[in-house]
Design a protein around this ligand. Sequence first.
Ligand SMILES: NC(=O)c1ccc[n+]([C@@H]2O[C@H](COP(=O)([O-])OP(=O)(O)OC[C@H]3O[C@@H](n4cnc5c(N)ncnc54)[C@H](O)[C@@H]3O)[C@@H](O)[C@H]2O)c1
Ligand SMILES: O=C(O)C[C@H](O)C(=O)O
Length: 327
Amino acid sequence: MKAPVRVAVTGAAGQIGYALLFRIASGEMLGKDQPVILQMLELPMDKAQAALRGVMMELEDCAFPLLAGMVGTDDPMVAFKDADYALLVGAMPRGPGMERKDLLLKNAEIFTVQGKALDAVASRDVKVLVVGNPANTNAYIAMKSAPNLPAGNFTAMLRLDHNRALSQLAGKAGVAVGDIEKFVVWGNHSSTMYPDYRFATSGGKSLQEAINDADWNANIFIPTVAKRGAAIIEARGLSSAASAANAAIGHMRDWALGTGGKWVTMGVPSDGSYGIPEGIIYGMPVTTANGAYTRVEGLPIDEFSRAAMDKTLAELEEERAGVAHLL
Ligand SMILES: NC(=O)c1ccc[n+]([C@@H]2O[C@H](COP(=O)([O-])OP(=O)(O)OC[C@H]3O[C@@H](n4cnc5c(N)ncnc54)[C@H](O)[C@@H]3O)[C@@H](O)[C@H]2O)c1
Ligand SMILES: O=C(O)C[C@H](O)C(=O)O
């Protein structure tokens, strides 16, 4: 049996937390041979702490063989102590009629505090996934608040957008969702994101050639993926939770265990490629192996894509300027 690893989850008693923790404890994220210690953070309020105690009772009642320990706390310094993985979920969700960036100033402070705590006490190799919105800029805030950790340890979740797009593409092209490769969502987890299937294949055949419909791309596909979060809020009255947890599991599993050459989308600090200024947390195609991600480099960017990539970049730069005073 492997030695246990420490997985910190914030917002553990929230909607996503409830859909996430049981899957981590069952081995779906890090493998069926990897014991985990769950370190769960909630707000220092009676209601939140009571809800967290309830979640911990339920985790106990599952008798997961891989659950080697649990910590429930309201202190980030306890939750992140020696953490190997940190899933930063706890933040306010948006409601109907809001954009995710409307949450920025409400949620920003969470990520300065948690970035500092990660910097102080987490494993130096901690893999951080920011889910709480606006995810890219919150990841940027956490990264900047943790100067002693490698910037590359901080990522934002665009995997839900990636998965949403795969299902739309599979439906349109009449292919199996699991056969689609070389797809990416560029930029911000917001309505400016750019889902891009120019390079995508299914069974080795080009999806762009199979679909061959520029109007569908611009007027149906891109807006459907970009506005899917809002459509779910409209339908449920609450933002996505099970699909968000599923995306978080996929993001972390791939980062830890590798994609075997397959592309996935991760929000990662730019290295300056594709004209994206260094440090901006931007959705990019990556492959992963041996616990590290590698950006897919050298893809051709046509005029339509350049405009879309610049638009989502401009929004990220605006968000960054809006939190500069906190960093
Ligand atoms: N990136 C994505 O694709 C994606 C997808 C879905 C949701 N989200 C975002 O994830 C976040 C959580 O969504 P949810 O539906 O689980 O919300 P929720 O309100 O159900 O749960 C959030 C939990 O976080 C806790 N919390 C708040 N501040 C905290 C802090 N400082 N420390 C620890 N815990 C804290 C709250 O008490 C609550 O229990 C929201 O910001 C939402 O917009 C992102
Ligand atoms: O849309 C939201 O506010 C929640 C989440 O980011 C989503 O994409 O479902």
